[in-house]
Write a protein that binds this ligand. Structure first.
Ligand code: NDP
Length: 443
């Protein structure tokens, strides 16, 4: 049955390998659940889950600084609202096309379910590249994008957030436009500034949450991050705050990257320099050497997985660790991999980690901290309240990440695959959504 559904997905969504890959992994994991629950089969739960509830594609025209008209494509895939309003980020990157947004939206359904909060799954974005654009160009693009998107979203309907290429600046421009057109100040986007409805810890949430999840995995494996050597790919939001938490806990992060290349600093990455480069000046990672001349820079981002480390944190993008990279990491003695990015390891790479007993934290579980704190931002917006950093951080660690770990671990054990958190996370995320869909009838 699972095979037939996958064939149908491929036929209906041709030329979208990332979406096929994400669906295949989940379907493989949940096959035993379907055997145990014939009522899910009867209600066509999986057939409905793999088809987004709504697909919105639109034109985004804007004018660049030279006065030339530019046209990008915008999209939002509202995947599943069985357990709450659609929730998931917006990605602005030239590689964006429906296959990428569908894979991300599909994954988001299970991830959001795992958080224990009332959030359905969705994802959106554009093939617009903010890199190298002026603030004025980014603002005009965001205004045009939101002029169309605002027709479909709302605080109880669909609540987008950031992702690659969408940070505080872009969220601000989009929020301003939504507020003006709809004439309402509501929590329609998360990742807002702290002065206008944002939540403390949201900036740090995905990176910190990743490390809280890692700590749980390592506790079970009898290991610790203290004293460990870490490689964290990317140098964006997730990578920076995962690195910060690792450093607070006494680990040594020695390598980071961007899409052009990677740096190795055997004295430990100086995060202040990276933050200044990436968060303030929007420069390239190779400029790190100007402040830290003893570090080395290598052109090409893939080589980062040749750097010997105890813990690998793929925090950049999808499919960045392939079979060869996984083999190299294992040969170099890696003992834990936690995925901050979405689907950063290919299926072959995941198999290699599991076979070699590397503690492996799959993205849907390990990087759910970001969307979870977005959920907490929605709760604060509804209450018209702001919670303290300490309270929110504690909720992220104890109520969210530890809970996700326990659920994934328990489901893996229940279905006879102890320690396999890939299977465990998929099953735990699926079951809650499946029960809700069953209760709500064929809609
Ligand atoms: P950012 O835009 O802040 O940073 C992305 C980083 O990854 C940059 O350093 C970027 O380099 C690098 N990168 C992007 N594309 C590629 C590529 N093709 N090859 C190598 N490096 C690349 O994004 P985030 O940190 O927010 O997101 C990173 C990952 O984490 C994504 O997979 C995202 O979906 C996932 N994620 C993010 C969450 C969040 O809360 N932000 C929540 C959950 C998951 P460059 O500057 O050169 O483009």
């Amino acid at each position: 049955m699972v095979k037939a559904i996958l064939e149908q997905v491929k036929k209906r969504n041709p030329g979208e390998p990332e979406f096929h890959q994400a669906v295949e992994e989940v379907l493989e994991s949940i096959a035993p659940v379907l055997d145990k629950h014939p009522e899910y089969k009867k209600a066509g739960i999986v057939e409905r889950l793999v088809e987004p509830e709504r697909q919105i594609l639109f034109r985004v025209p804007w004018v660049d600084d030279s006065g030339k008209v530019q046209v990008n494509r915008g999209m939002r895939f509202e995947f599943n609202s069985a357990i709450g309003p659609y929730k998931g980020g917006l990605r602005f990157h030239p590689t964006v096309y429906p296959g990428i947004i569908k894979f991300l939206g599909f994954e988001q359904v299970f991830k959001n379910s795992l958080t224990g909060l009332a959030m359905g799954g969705g994802k959106g974005g554009s093939d617009f590249d903010p890199k190298g654009k002026s603030d004025g160009e980014v603002m005009r693009f965001c205004q045009s994008f939101m002029t169309e998107l605002c027709k479909y979203i709302g605080p109880d309907t669909d609540v987008p957030a950031g992702d690659i290429g969408v940070g505080g600046r872009e969220i601000g421009f989009m929020f301003g436009t939504y507020k003006k057109i709809r004439n309402e100040f509501t929590g329609v986007l998360t990742g807002k500034g702290l002065d206008w409805g944002g939540s403390l810890v949201r900036t740090e949430a995905t990176g910190y949450g990743l490390i809280y999840f890692l700590l749980q995995m390592l506790k079970d494996a009898g290991k610790n991050v203290k004293g460990a050597t870490v490689v964290s790919s990317g140098s964006g939001n997730v990578s920076i705050y995962a690195t910060q938490k690792c450093q607070q806990l006494g680990a040594k992060v020695i390598a980071m990257s961007d899409s052009n290349g990677y740096i190795v600093d055997n004295d430990g990455i100086d995060l202040k320099v990276v933050k200044q480069l990436k968060e303030v000046e929007r420069k390239r990672i190779k400029d790190y050497l100007k402040a830290r001349p003893n570090a080395r820079y290598h052109e090409g981002c893939d080589g980062i997985w040749n750097v010997k480390c105890d813990i690998a944190l793929p925090n950049a993008t999808q499919n960045e660790i392939d079979k060869k990279a996984a083999e190299t990491l294992v040969a170099n003695g890696v003992w834990a991999v936690a995925e901050g990015a979405n689907m950063p390891s290919t299926p072959e790479a995941v198999k290699i980690f599991l076979k070699n007993k590397v503690s492996f934290g799959p993205a849907k579980a390990a990087n759910a901290g970001g969307v979870a704190v977005s959920g907490l931002e929605m709760a604060q917006n509804s209450q018209r309240m702001s919670w303290s950093f300490e309270k929110t951080d504690k909720l992220l660690d104890e109520m969210i990440m530890q809970h996700i770990y326990r659920q994934a671990k328990a489901s893996a054990e229940e279905y006879g695959q102890p320690g396999n958190l890939v299977v465990g996370a998929n099953i735990a995320g699926f079951e809650k959504v499946a029960r809700a869909m069953l209760a709500q009838g064929i809609v």
